[in-house]
Design a protein around this ligand. Structure first.
Ligand code: 13P
Length: 254
């Protein structure tokens, strides 16, 4: 069975609720008929307006983070249920900016993943090595560790609901996209780790996206790789024209 292809925009801390609604209206006609599923991970306060504009369109709205608790005394945090009610259908978990800037561990990412699955939000779990780790030949060790700690113990039928994103930290916001060959190698390795965790059949059904300085010209060659099932786009997703170009360039032979 072919895996689903995704093009996901991660707006990070950009775009107000009003801007989000306008963006979705502008994007929608441009991505009609494109092969990939189009997801947008927007700021919390923009979820409701983006979801309203995306209603009855092929665009799916989600969040960029959440807390692992169902509810509670956690000032400034947000729960899966709140995101769902606002209109989110998925959530990014363990983005490298969360891990590096806010000190999130893979153990925390694991708890969040379990909670998201429980509440019916599709988790998009992010992993990736930094420059020092790559240059010291530790890429596979780091990926394996992050994957094991973030996903072990999750039942295989739940694992099928997860999307994985490989985002090398050295490629994020630097303009240095991984070559299709480097990305494919890392994706194949991530898939072998998923096979160790969930069995080969399940691992073969989980979509793995590449993220890190994706541009319209790099999206096609990346998405054409055997183990790359789409892209997670930061900076280049902020402009609907550029993001639509990326979406249209991502295709798999049918
Ligand atoms: P850039 O596309 O800006 O490098 O960001 C990638 C990213 O972090 C997506 O989650």
């Amino acid at each position: 069975m072919p895996r689903d292809l995704y093009v996901i925009g991660n707006w990070k801390m950009y775009k107000t609720a009003r801007e989000a609604a306008g963006y979705v209206e502008e994007l929608e006609p441009k991505v009609q008929g494109c092969q990939a599923k189009i997801y947008l991970a927007v700021p919390y306060t923009s979820i409701a307006s983006a979801a309203r504009s995306a209603k009855n369109t092929p665009i799916t709205i989600g969040a960029q983070n959440m807390n692992d608790a169902r509810e509670g005394a956690f000032t400034g945090e947000i729960a899966a249920l709140m995101l769902k009610e606002a209109g989110a259908e998925f959530v990014l978990l363990g983005h490298s900016e969360r891990r590096k800037i806010f000190g999130e561990s893979s153990e925390f990412v694991h708890k969040k993943t379990v909670r998201a699955l429980q509440e019916g939000l599709q988790p998009i779990v992010c992993v990736g090595e930094d420059l020092e780790e790559r240059e010291s030949g530790r890429t596979e060790e780091v990926l394996k560790h992050q994957l094991e700690k973030s996903l072990s113990g999750i039942p295989a039928e739940d694992a099928l609901k997860i999307i994985l994103a490989y985002e090398p930290v050295w490629a994020i916001g630097t303009g240095k996209t991984a070559t299709p060959k480097i990305a494919q190698e890392a994706h194949a390795f991530c898939r072998s780790c998923l096979a160790d965790l969930f069995g080969k059949k399940v691992a073969g059904q989980i979509s793995i996206l590449y993220g890190g300085s994706v541009k319209p010209e790099s999206a096609g060659p990346l998405a054409a790789q055997k183990d790359i099932d789409g892209v997670l786009v930061g900076g280049a997703s902020l402009d609907p024209h550029t993001f639509a170009e990326i979406a249209l360039n991502c295709e798999k032979p049918t």
